[in-house]
Design a binder for this molecule. Structure first.
Ligand code: G1P
Length: 293
């Protein structure tokens, strides 16, 4: 089968409880916490849209309804903005609205792991390749991480995962890949291991939360047994898929912020604010003064 079919759909697993961010996440989904003035999930959806994605699939859970509302028309808000003549605000809200019929929502009913969350999207994705973006990871890069991966996909086809180097001491926290021959902006992947025990990682290149996957992954995940952390791991399923379909690693060169951790979230807020012309001048001097204090 053609292994370079067009990637039209993206999956966003957003069912996690966000326990690392309590009490902020008691009633508000972690994906709705804001980086400057946009919820984390919106940045990730925009990255996907910029890469040509046409359909956005959210794997949600209980208490996540507000994510669905965020990507819908807020009738009362619109009317109020119009009647008060707040055109800029009205245009801003309209501009981020996905086209009707391009979002889908399904639920992961039990927290059984990332592999299980992805499997929950199988009927909506159907028999075509898809992108997967983990919303905890925010990427700051001119090109857009998924756009770069699409370029590599056009050459390599098959499955692509975005990777970057980490401190070898932290390899046990991630999915780690083995490095093969170079291809395009990346390399062929020779092996994959989820959260390797200290000292056993095949490299320090970790999977940073962006994937392009062939649909054969779904039948593999259907029977995938639990792995690291007693969860159904996507990486274990990908390892089986690698027996019949190629995997390439895209070397991501921009900045990555793990917004599931407090330090990553704070750093992302500072970095994204400093990148904005309307804010940099307002905070730069204060930040410098705080660092000197
Ligand atoms: C997941 C993936 C892992 C990847 C990581 C990136 O792990 O299973 O392979 O390296 O995301 O954030 P989690 O963070 O859900 O434990």
């Amino acid at each position: 089968m053609d292994n370079k079919r067009r990637v039209r759909k993206a999956v966003f697993p957003v069912a996690g409880l966000g326990t690392r961010f309590l009490p902020a996440t008691k009633a508000v989904p972690k994906e709705m916490l804001t980086i400057v003035d946009k919820p984390v999930i919106q940045y990730v959806v925009e990255e996907a849209a910029a890469a040509g994605i046409e359909h956005f699939i959210f794997v949600t859970g209980r208490n996540k309804g507000v994510i669905e509302d965020h990507f819908d028309i807020q009738f009362e808000l619109n009317e109020t903005l119009k009647s008060r003549g707040k055109k800029a605000e009205f245009d801003l809200v309209q501009s981020m609205l996905p086209r009707a019929g391009t979002t889908s929502f399904t639920r992961q009913q039990e927290p059984l792991g990332l592999g299980h969350a992805v499997w929950c999207a199988r009927d909506i994705v159907g028999d075509e390749p898809f992108a997967l973006l983990l919303p905890d990871m925010l990427m700051n890069d001119q090109k857009g991480c998924l756009s770069g991966m699409m370029d590599l996909y056009a050459t390599a086809g098959g499955n692509i995962v975005s990777v970057e180097e980490c401190d070898p001491e932290l390899a046990h926290k991630y999915g780690i890949v083995g490095i093969g021959d170079s291809i395009g902006d990346g390399f062929r992947i020779t092996e994959m291991v989820e959260k390797p025990k200290k000292g056993t990682a095949p490299s320090n290149w970790f999977i940073n939360g962006r994937y392009i996957l062939q649909p054969e992954i779904f039948s593999i995940l259907e029977t995938q047994e639990r792995g690291a952390g007693n969860e159904i791991q996507l990486t274990d399923g990908m390892l089986k898929l690698a027996d019949r379909s190629s995997f390439a690693g895209y070397k991501f060169r921009g900045d990555t912020y793990d917004c599931g951790s407090k330090d990553g979230f704070i750093k992302a807020n500072i970095a994204f604010a400093m990148a904005r012309d309307d804010l940099r001048g307002l905070i730069e001097d204060d930040l410098r003064a705080m660092l000197k204090a």
